[in-house]
Design a protein around this ligand. Structure first.
Ligand code: SF4
Length: 371
C-alpha cells in the first residue's frame, strides 16, 4: 500500500477523536510497552494524546535515555542557505508568498559561492539549500549547478525545495546532494486547501508523494514534518507518525528525519489557528523519539534559545544555528526573511551551550563515516 493510499483511507477528524479518547491507562500501557520494546502504533498515539500530559516527566526521561543509547552525546549542527525567495505559489503563512510585494532575489553563482564561503569558514560541514517555488528562476539546472558548487565546500548537502519527479531527484543526487527535506505543512486536506491558494503547491497529493519519489531516487536522508499551527496538532501527529512509519519500512536504507516547526510570524500578518504550547510540543517530540527510536529529530531556530537549550539531550539530534532565512543573508543582503527566527545567537554561542551540557557539537555529518 502506498502512503497516498494509507492517507486516503483515513479521516483527519476521526484521527483527532481517536487520539482524544486515549486514557491514562493507555498511556501507562504505552510506557510499559516502551520499556520492553514492544510498542505498537496505538501506543504512539497514546503518548501523543492529552492524557499523556501528566506523564511528561516520564516521557522526557525515556526520550533522553533512548536518544543517548542511539545517538550518544552528540548534536549535529547545520546551517540553511537560501538560494532564492522567488515564488510563484501562495501559501498564506509564508513571507515569500507570490502576492507579497517584497524585494525578490535569486543568488548569482558568485553570490552563492560567497554564502558558501562564509558558512564554511565557521566550520559547518552540513548545509541545507532552500528555495521558493519558482520553476523559471530556480529550475532543475540551477539547483543541480548550485549543489555542485556547494559540494566543493561541504561534506553534506541537503535540499529543501519544491517537490520534483524521481528523475529530477536523481540528477540532484548525482550532483552531490544526499538529503531531501519536504515538509507536508499540514496533513489536513481542508486546511491544506485553505492555506495553499496558488501555484504548484496547491497539489497536495503530489507533495505527499514527494518523499516517496525521493526515496526511490536514492536520497540517503529524507526529512518530513508538519507546520504546527495550521490544523489540529493531534491529527497532524497521527498522520506524520504514519508517514514516518511508512517511509522507515519502505526506504529502510535511508535515515528518516522529522521536524515539528511551530508557526512563526511572517510577512502578511497570518493568524495561526492552533497554538501549540511548549508542553504539547515537548510531548510530541518525546512521543516520536520513544516510538521511532532511530529517526533523527531536527530543531530549528524558530524556537527560543531557552527551549532549544533545554531540549539538548532530551530527544533532538540536529539543530540549525545562526540561521539566516533570506537569500544572501550571511553576506548582509537586505532581502526579506521567510520567517522570523527566535534564536539569534551565533554558532559559537550555541556550540558553547552544547558543550556546557556535556554534549559534543558535531559540525561534520557523522552518518557519512558509517554508511
Ligand atoms: S511556503 Fe514555499 S511554496 Fe509556499 S509561498 Fe513560501 S516559499 Fe512559496
Amino acid at each position: 500500500m502506498s502512503f497516498l493510499e494509507i492517507f486516503q483511507s483515513l479521516d483527519f477528524k476521526e484521527e483527532i477523536l481517536h487520539i482524544q479518547q486515549k486514557t491514562f491507562r493507555d498511556v501507562l500501557k504505552a510506557l510499559s510497552n516502551a520499556l520492553y520494546k514492544r510498542m505498537n502504533f496505538e501506543d504512539y498515539l497514546a503518548l501523543v494524546s492529552p492524557s499523556a500530559d501528566m506523564y511528561l516527566e516520564e516521557l522526557a526521561q525515556l526520550s533522553s535515555q533512548i536518544t543517548l543509547e542511539r545517538f550518544g552525546k552528540t548534536i549535529l549542527l547545520y546551517m540553511p542557505l537560501y538560494l532564492s525567495n522567488e515564488c510563484r505559489s501562495s501559501c498564506l503563512y509564508c513571507g515569500f508568498s507570490f502576492e507579497n510585494k517584497i524585494p525578490r532575489k535569486t543568488l548569482t553563482e558568485a553570490e552563492l559561492i560567497k554564502e558558501a564561503e562564509i558558512i564554511h569558514s565557521k566550520g559547518i560541514e552540513h548545509v541545507l539549500l532552500l528555495t521558493g517555488e519558482d520553476y523559471s528562476k530556480t529550475p532543475l539546472k540551477k539547483i543541480v549547478e548550485s549543489v555542485k558548487i556547494l559540494k566543493e565546500y561541504f561534506s553534506s548537502v541537503s535540499i529543501e525545495i519544491y517537490p520534483m519527479n524521481e528523475e529530477d531527484y536523481k540528477q540532484i543526487i548525482e550532483a552531490g546532494a544526499d538529503g531531501l527535506t519536504l515538509y507536508q505543512e499540514t496533513y489536513d486536506t481542508e486546511a491544506y486547501r485553505k492555506y495553499h491558494i496558488r501555484g504548484v503547491k496547491k497539489n497536495m497529493n503530489y507533495r505527499l508523494e514527494g518523499p516517496d519519489r525521493g526515496g526511490k531516487a536514492g536520497f540517503r536522508k529524507i526529512g518530513v514534518g508538519a507546520l504546527l499551527g495550521l490544523s489540529h496538532p493531534l491529527g497532524e501527529m497521527s498522520f506524520l507518525g504514519r508517514h514516518v512509519q511508512y517511509l522507515m519500512k519502505t526506504y529502510w536504507r535511508s535515515q528518516i528525519l522529522v521536524s515539528l516547526p511551530r508557526f512563526r510570524p511572517a510577512e502578511g500578518n497570518f493568524e495561526v489557528n492552533y497554538k501549540v504550547s511548549i508542553r504539547e510540543f515537548l510531548r510530541y517530540i518525546f512521543a516520536l523519539r520513544i516510538y521511532f527510536r532511530d529517526i533523527g529529530v531536527v530543531l530549528s531556530t524558530r524556537e527560543n534559545p531557552n527551549l532549544r537549550d533545554n531540549l539538548i539531550g532530551l530527544g533532538i539530534t540536529q539543530m540549525s544555528a545562526e540561521s539566516k532565512t533570506e537569500p544572501g543573508g550571511y553576506q548582509g543582503m537586505e532581502t526579506l526573511e521567510q520567517f522570523e527566527t527566535e534564536d539569534k545567537r551565533t554558532l559559537a554561542e550555541v556550540i558553547k551551550v552544547i558543550q556546557k551540557k556535556g554534549f559534543e557539537p558535531v559540525l561534520k555529518d557523522f552518518d557519512k563515516c558509517i554508511v
